[in-house]
Design a protein. Structure first.
Length: 188
């Protein structure tokens, strides 16, 4: 079993994106020339999680974006945040974030539908989101002219650390009353 844990650890470590269970299984089966049960892979991942739960490690294997990848532990987020802030040259603009949120919540949708909600042209924002691979073309609409339909990509899921669109906050999560701190003064 240790050999399997070591191979899975290496695969997760070297992959530039989250490694899915199916990818681990097919890679290991090709490597060993025999079937590798999914339960053995799950057990090996649990052993990896247990190993990296020790405080001596600053990172751990985490399921994110539909697969596994090594991520730093929450205790180190502040220092990493500072480093990333210093290294960040190009962030998403407010326009791109607005466009991305509309697509994420209402996908799939056409550019004209996005523009109708935003009230402004969004050619540039959609193009930047496509370049950053946060949005992808999902097909063509049945409407007049058959415009392209846009939706979020798996990179979007990984970027925001979610496994499913159902994990996104709902509008009720943003209600003012639930997010206020302190007491409110009653009018007399």
């Amino acid at each position: 079993m240790d050999y399997l844990v070591n191979h899975i650890e290496a695969l997760i470590f070297c992959s530039p994106k989250p490694v899915r269970d199916e990818d681990l299984k097919s890679t290991l089966e090709e490597m060993f020339g025999t079937e590798v049960p999914g339960d053995d892979i799950s057990l090996a991942i649990e052993k990896l999680k247990e190993k990296y739960s020790a405080e001596t490690f600053a990172f751990e294997p985490v399921k994110s974006g539909g697969g596994y990848q090594f991520l730093t532990k929450p205790a180190y987020q502040a220092s990493i945040g500072i480093l990333l802030k210093q290294q960040s040259k190009r962030r998403l603009s407010t326009s791109s974030l607005e466009t991305l949120s509309i697509i994420a919540y209402k996908q799939p949708m056409t550019k004209s539908e996005i523009e109708q909600i935003r009230g402004v042209n969004c050619d540039y924002a959609v193009q930047k989101l496509l370049e950053k691979e946060l949005v992808e073309i999902k097909g063509k609409s049945e409407g007049v002219g058959r415009p392209l339909l846009y939706g979020t990509s798996s990179k979007f899921m990984d970027y925001f650390g979610i496994n499913d669109l159902k994990e996104m906050p709902t509008p009720k999560d943003f209600l003012k009353e639930e997010n206020e701190i302190g007491e409110t003064k009653s009018e007399e």
